[in-house]
Design a protein around this ligand. Sequence first.
Ligand code: XMP
Length: 335
Amino acid sequence: DWNMPDYISEAVEKIRAQVGTDDVILGLSGGVDSSVAAALIHRAIGDQLTCVFVDHGLLRLDEGKMVMDMFAKNLGVKVIRVDAEEQFMGHLAGVTDPEQKRKIIGREFVEVFQVESGKLVNAKWLAQGTIYPDVIESAGKGKKGQTIKSHHNVGGLPDTMKLKLLEPLRELFKDEVRKLGVALGLPHDMVYRHPFPGPGLGVRILGEVKKDYADLLRRADAIFIEELRNTPYEPVVVPGFDQDSVPTNWYEATSQAFAVFLPVKSVGVMGDGRTYEYVVALRAVQTQDFMTAHWAHLPHSLLGKVSNRIINEVRGINRVVYDISGKPPATIEWE
Ligand code: XMP
């Protein structure tokens, strides 16, 4: 149990002592860890920090704008936004294999990041939002046997970059990182967001990734998330249970929730007409560690409302299904 203002001033002093007058680069993904690292380092060294935010075109609705508003506008952090959608879509064209897609996205990310950071000739440090569980996990690599999915954490260190590593969150657990983020002034909703995979919507569009599919998926996903946030969760209050962690809505009551784009068409009817359009699957899970997970028993009224809204508001989708598979045997993501 530590005192937050003391922790921040200690961490700030440590970063200042470490980097001196050098410049620092950080790959900002919009995720919790890199965001908190950016806010902390910016508190310590201000304009000596430059963030590179690669928009690969596989982000959620308005995510790029949100990242820029939060960091560049509100916090005054230097952020270079790279619009690399076309480059990513180009390399993903015709590729259907999930592992292949992950590899391409990871490779292109490193490529784009390297080009951008290569322009910052004075940078001596690469900052990363590595947290304690990541340190443990990479120490255990190789003992786990077969990889089920290659988890590319977008932002991995390119070996050829001759930069020193700055990892100010290395000793923190996720809940501590979140508390630190709030104390540094990041919005609560951002800091408590569900995890989002590095390859983004690339693993939520089955088979070939296309911009049109991503656009439909983004809108369907935003409706689902909005309704989860707006639907109250009636908690079972256990005496003595930490009140901080009692969920107030269905977004908080789930560990991860999202829409998946299925590139198959089915027949529907709208007005006097027949439709022949795509399918969206909704996925919502509850889990402690993401290694095993249960599908969330969302209220039928909530599912019904989300389905109606998606079909009415997203032209191109005429059917919505709910995924009731546990992990194992299914994984959380569909690819
Ligand atoms: P699965 O689908 O394997 O996912 O049950 C477990 C957790 O890991 C996330 N995930 C990823 N995260 N890069 C990431 O950074 C990836 O390639 C990746 N694949 C899955 C997934 O969202 C879930 O939280």
